[in-house]
Design a protein around this ligand. Structure first.
Ligand SMILES: Nc1nc2c(ncn2[C@@H]2O[C@H](COP(=O)(O)OP(=O)(O)OP(=O)(O)O)[C@@H](O)[C@H]2O)c(=O)[nH]1
Length: 635
């Protein structure tokens, strides 16, 4: 087996192994990937649920706790409003004292702007009442302050002075805002009425404006959005409850509630990557965990108009576009790329939104399938290694053995195949059976070969025999069994070519054979001819030929001349002694006879000359009456 063939076989083996490994790895990797996708989808769902629970736990309880405080504020506003109305009605029954008090206690600080004297903020005793931490700002308005308004302001001042201190721990400030651009405030922190800008228009604040009868016919209480109280230096929201009497809007009982703590909690205690936003029913921002510097600089109630923060804007849009938004909803597509968890408190009518990037959930969800994929790939790699090793041992090597045996078969080394110990050593299963089949085949080939060789030998012998027979037939005469004329010519040539050996040519002719034929028939003639020939073969020491029709020839080695002559004469006599009846010979004899003419072949004779010499002697014997031998010993 030459090197190139071995290489070709090696490459073929490698191709088989590679193709198998590629197939197996493709299938295995497909399964791993499919399993990973299924796992990812399942894991994603469970991770999503897990995160929703976590996020819900994060924001909802805090806001729920805070809600109690806001509920309190609302009921305080109810009390404040009721107390005011009671006081107002009392004072209106006898307004002169209140009017006098107003004129005495209030001073014009700039044209058209009145403020409660500062001593009421610091502490001023009036009869049995001590006024403290109270300030009032009466800004520019269309109409001058009439008596009723003076009584209303005094009623608000008394009510706040009475109730304000009790709620200092719940709220930042307690106050009454008037539709006539007036505010009466109880605050232990800031004398807000004294500090307010003289041109301030209270009703320009959206929350106050929206309590006016023309904007709020249903007389609903309202929370503002978040704003930064620069004078108090804190984040706050304001609650306004309109208080009417006989269809007239008197005041708003209102509170400022500080939200710094809530904001702090939202920012510090939120889950990583999550954001929390609290919006009122109008979309105003109550609180957010991602407050920015731009919000800090706004100094106003935060609405989408003045606070362009993408997340807040997206949530605001969601609130506008989805009127069927409900408490407890989880939206996958609420905001692009974010999961949105919705909470709502019915009493406050506030929305709590928790926003979490979906990519974070995907990141968490992908970890397990990723590990699974990596483990799967590692496992596939390991399996491939083992498969490669097993294929080499179980397939490639046995196939090489099969190929070796097949090659021996191809080279007709059947004996080697039979005597090979390949099948006995390292093979099993189909390969072993294949090699054993090759061995059986080789054994049969050997048997068939032996059988064939025996047959060929037999046929060859038969052919040789047939050839010999053909040879005989080609050189003998069919009727008499004597050598034929062709043999005679061949032998005569050879005799002449070997002058060292001397020969005598004798030609014998049956006497009156025509007459014999004519009288006894041709068949009898044939028989007579056969009898003469048989006698010649039997008696003659030389080779006998049928020379022509009834003429026969004998080539005799020249020994003693007398012996030859005597042999020839004994032949002539012997034919007579056969006593073949011939009653029609010219000389009237009883039996068939022959005449022989013989002559020694000269060294330089041609075949024709040798024949002629014998023929001349025969002629003489015939002429002398037949049944005679004429022999010329001199060439
Ligand atoms: N039956 C038979 N006759 C043969 C055969 N060959 C030659 N003859 C006959 O031999 C005869 C020879 O005749 P001739 O040549 O006249 O010779 P002959 O009659 O023997 O006369 P002499 O030779 O002078 O004695 C012919 O009649 C041939 O037909 C043969 O194979 N069989």
């Amino acid at each position: 087996m030459d090197r190139r063939n071995q290489d070709r076989r090696l490459r073929a083996r490698e191709k088989l192994t590679t193709a198998l490994l590629v197939h197996i790895s493709l299938w295995a990797l497909s399964i791993v990937i499919l399993a990973s996708i299924v796992t990812f989808l399942t894991t994603y769902q469970s991770t999503r649920e897990q995160y929703i629970q976590l996020l819900k736990q994060g924001i909802a309880p805090k806001l729920e706790k805070k809600r109690w405080q806001f509920d309190q504020v609302q009921s305080q506003a109810d009390i404040l409003g009721e107390q005011f109305l009671e006081r107002y009605q009392q004072l209106m029954a006898n307004p002169e004292a209140s009017i006098a008090a107003f004129d005495k206690w209030y001073e014009e600080t700039s044209p058209g702007v009145l403020r409660l004297k500062a001593e009421f903020n610091r502490g001023r005793a009036v009869d049995f009442d001590l006024f403290e931490d109270i300030s009032t700002f009466a800004g520019l308005r269309k109409h001058p302050i009439d008596d009723e308004l003076k009584v209303r302001i005094i009623a608000a001042q008394y009510t706040l002075n009475e109730l304000g201190p009790a709620w200092q721990h719940q709220v930042a400030n307690s106050h009454f805002s008037f539709p006539e651009n007036i505010i009466v405030m109880y605050s232990q922190k800031e004398p807000w009425g004294l500090l307010a800008d003289k041109d301030l228009v209270i009703t320009d604040f959206s929350v106050v404006k929206s309590t006016l009868q023309e904007f709020n016919p249903d007389r609903e209480s309202l929370w503002t959005g978040l704003y930064y109280d620069i004078s108090a230096d804190f984040w706050a929201i304001t609650y306004q409850k309109p208080v009417d009497l006989n269809g007239k809007h008197l005041v708003n009982a209102s509170f400022d509630v500080g939200l710094s703590n809530l904001l702090q909690e939202l920012i510090e205690k939120k889950q990583p990557n999550s954001e929390h936003l609290v919006l009122n029913n109008n979309g105003g921002l109550i609180a957010a965990s991602n407050m920015s510097m731009s919000a800090l600089n706004t100094h106003q109630v935060l609405t989408p108009d003045n606070y362009q923060e993408p997340l807040y804007e997206a949530i605001f849009r969601l609130l506008q576009e989805q009127p069927d938004l409900k408490d407890g909803m989880v939206l996958d597509e609420g905001i692009e790329e974010h999961l949105v968890i919705v909470n709502k408190t019915e009493s406050l009518n506030w929305w709590y939104f928790t926003v979490y990037p979906r990519s974070e959930i995907q990141k968490q969800a992908i970890i397990f399938p990723l590990k699974l994929t990596l483990a799967g790939i590692a496992l596939v790699g390991l399996i491939l290694l083992m498969v490669y090793w097993r294929i080499r041992a179980e397939v490639s090597k046995p196939l090489r053995m099969v190929a070796k045996v097949a090659s021996m078969m191809g080279s007709k080394n059947y004996e080697d195949v039979v005597s090979s110990d390949i099948a006995d050593s390292k093979t099993h299963g189909e390969v072993r059976r294949a090699i054993e089949a090759f061995k059986t085949m080789a054994q049969r080939f050997i048997g068939a070969q032996h059988e064939l060789e025996a047959k060929v030998e037999q046929r060859t012998a038969e052919l040789a025999q047939a050839n010999r027979r053909l040879e005989e037939l080609a050189h003998s005469d069919g009727l008499t069994g004597l050598l034929n004329r062709r043999s005679f010519d061949r032998d005569l040539d050879e005799v002449i070519r070997t002058p060292e050996e001397r020969y005598v040519l004798a030609i014998a002719d049956i006497d009156d054979f025509k007459l014999y034929n004519d009288n006894y028939g041709h068949e009898a003639g044939d028989n007579a001819l056969k009898a003469v020939a048989a006698f010649l073969i039997n008696k003659s020491s030389g080779k006998c030929y049928r020379y022509g029709g009834e003429e026969l020839a004998i080539l005799l080695k020249l020994g003693q001349l007398e012996d030859i002559e005597s042999e020839l004469e004994s032949i002539v006599h012997g034919i007579n002694d056969l006593q073949i009846k011939h009653d029609y010979g010219k000389k009237g004899g009883d039996f068939l006879s022959i005449s022989i003419g013989a002559a020694v072949i000269a060294a330089n004779d041609s075949p024709q000359q040798a024949i002629k010499r014998a023929d001349q002697q025969l002629y003489k014997a015939k002429a002398a009456g037949g049944n005679l031998v004429y022999f010329s010993s001199s060439p």
